[in-house]
Design a protein around this ligand. Structure first.
Ligand code: NAD
Ligand code: 3PG
Length: 547
């Protein structure tokens, strides 16, 4: 049974798939202070939060069995993702589930600000009938600057066009082509400053975006400009905004998010030209059900099916790319496991990964991590996973280098992994053959052709007649059936290798007898831990057990 702790008032309806699942126990708590949460977190396998719960590094120290932190929403700024990564805890979110809610809130705020609705409501509900103080402005034919043309920015732009606004979009990822398709203008921040009547912010809060709307930017804007921020507090410098409103340069602001939440600054709260909501962008019935549904379903997938979709601390890739890469992920893990065994189980200090052929056009980050995890898992077993593998390499002082090569090494796709310690290097080259599946095609300097199987025997010997027969009959004496056998050599009569796939494990006695065969220099039994357990489209179980 997996125990899931839910805080921050997550929608009960959205949690249904977890609550109804026989393998999960769901416990709810209100938003807890860190020390109280710290007392109980050790009992849970997964934690679901919105933005109020602070998931700090200190809290995670006490989270002995936590494997997943789920953010029922988008922003993960309340979660110490680095600390989670170091501990191999996966952090997931629900990136698109509250897009419409935040979009509609943005438009509601823009209209409410333009027509002074909150101010008018306050006076009218207080018994006054004041038809003179609340003359607004129209959106029609005005220019809207959208800073951040991601999911929400794009939806805001589409809807604002419906009001007859001209849209200027600023985003490093906005191409001319996409802007054209959306019917908007790709703009610089300066152009937005110079031309916009309304400016709405839809970026995350990062080092780049913190204070992006500051005194300097404001000084370049048109007199009478109005701002909306339903993204993150801190992107607009609040003090600078208040100054610009007080001076009469900026006509108004509509803020849902603040540098410090809950906001207490009277200069913001009592300014007649600033309207505020308490971080309500995602607070619709629909969005709250959807975010909870999405993270609940993903938690089930992670624990039951080892499938991860929206990890914040793992490389993201489309389903199509993942399906394409799946055979390589399986092979990469096996190559990692084998190469470290070939290094006679010493810990490596240097790892080199080379990609050739079709692989150089793919996003190979996940494949790289898979190989590295395969290598490290030999010594670190379950404590290494795809989340923390890079951190662990650094911690262990292992350098790694990844190279993509334009040459093709005779295969349509080819990957080579070498691990070294001092002067010792072990190397494996592998490929996925169209229609035939994965093959190990190189071990150290020898060319071979071996389908990776659970039990392998790697033998180094002199290239003399009779070796194959001697090895075969000794294994036969011990009732060890040979599946396949491959030999490789660099020159006739020199050193050679033999790689056998076996139907069962090799005992120490037979290993001892093997190396007594004259001309046989070395026999090494290699074992793969996950050969029969991979499934297409899934992260393999060994990884997830330790996630
Ligand atoms: N108020 C709320 O309740 C609420 C609800 C949902 C999302 N949000 C916030 O809204 C913001 C946008 O969310 P989203 O789902 O659209 O995210 P998104 O990732 O889809 O889009 C963010 C966009 O910002 C762009 N960007 C990053 N740095 C930039 C920069 N320096 N200049 C210009 N553009 C930059 C990115 O390229 C990306 O396209 C996030 O901060 C999110 O946390 C708030
Ligand atoms: O990042 C988000 O998803 C929004 O800011 C919403 O946060 P909330 O879930 O705390 O409302």
């Amino acid at each position: 049974m997996y125990k899931v702790l839910v805080t921050d008032g997550i929608s009960q309806t959205g949690l249904k798939c977890l609550v109804d699942h026989a393998n999960f126990i769901v416990e709810r708590q209100p938003t807890l202070p860190t020390d109280e949460l710290k007392r109980i977190i050790g009992d849970y396998d997964a934690l679901i939060v919105r933005s109020q719960t602070k998931v700090t590094g200190e809290l995670l120290e006490a989270a002995g069995r936590l494997r997943v932190i789920a953010r029922a929403g988008v922003g993960v700024d309340n979660i110490d993702v680095n600390a989670a990564t170091k501990k191999g805890i996966i952090v997931i979110n629900a990136p698109g589930a509250n897009t419409i809610a935040a979009t509609e809130h943005t438009l509601a705020m823009m209209l409410a600000m333009a027509r002074k609705i909150p101010q008018a409501h306050q006076k009218t509900s207080g018994g006054e009938w004041d038809r003179n103080s609340f003359k607004g402005v129209e959106l029609y034919k005005k220019t809207l600057g959208v800073v951040g043309m991601g999911k929400i920015g794009t939806e805001v732009a589409k809807r604002a066009k419906g009001f007859g606004m001209n849209i200027l979009g600023f985003d490093p990822y906005l191409t001319e082509d996409r802007a054209k398709k959306l019917g908007i203008t790709k703009a610089s921040l300066d152009l937005i400053a110079a031309e916009a009547d309304f400016i709405t912010i839809h970026t995350p809060l990062t080092n780049d975006t913190r204070g992006i709307i500051n005194d300097e930017f404001l000084s370049k804007t048109k007199k009478g400009v109005r701002f909306v921020n339903c993204a993150r507090g801190g992107i607009i410098d609040e003090k600078a905004l208040v100054r610009a409103i007080q001076s009469g340069h900026v006509a108004g602001a509509a803020l849902d998010v603040f540098e410090k939440e809950p906001v207490g600054d009277p200069e913001l709260l009592q300014n007649p030209n600033i309207i505020v909501t308490p971080h309500l962008g995602a607070s619709t019935v629909e969005a709250q059900e959807k975010v909870a549904e999405e993270v609940s379903a993903e938690i089930v997938e992670i624990f039951e099916n080892q499938s991860i979709q929206h990890a914040v601390n793992m490389p993201q890739m489309s389903g199509e790319t993942q399906a394409k890469l799946q055979p390589y992920l399986v092979l990469g893990d096996q190559v990692g496991q084998l190469v470290i065994q070939l290094l006679k189980n010493s810990a490596p200090t240097k790892i080199e990964i080379n990609y050739y052929g079709d692989l150089i056009d793919e996003d190979t980050e996940l494949l790289t991590r898979t190989m590295l995890r395969g290598v490290l898992s030999y010594h670190l077993s379950d404590s290494v996973n795809l989340i923390n593998v890079l951190h662990l390499l650094k911690e262990q002082g292992v350098s790694y280098n990844v190279q993509k090569n334009a040459t093709n090494k005779g295969f349509a796709n080819y990957l080579e992994l070498s691990v070294s310690q001092g002067d010792e290097t072990a190397r494996i080259g592998a490929t996925v053959l169209n229609g035939y599946g994965a093959r190990i095609v190189k071990i150290n300097q020898y060319r071979i052709d071996v389908k990776p199987e659970k039990y392998l025997l790697y033998i180094k010997h002199q290239d003399v007649p009779g070796m194959i027969g001697k090895v075969g009959s000794l294994l036969g004496d011990y009732q060890i059936n040979i599946g396949t056998m491959q030999v490789g050599r660099t020159e006739v009569g020199g050193e050679a290798i033999m790689v056998l796939t076996l139907d069962k494990t090799l005992g120490t006695e037979v290993s001892r007898e093997l190396v007594q065969i004259p001309g046989l220099d070395e026999a090494q039994f290699l074992e793969l831990s996950n050969v029969d357990t991979f499934e297409a489209g899934r992260v393999e179980p060994q990884a997830v057990e330790s996630v």
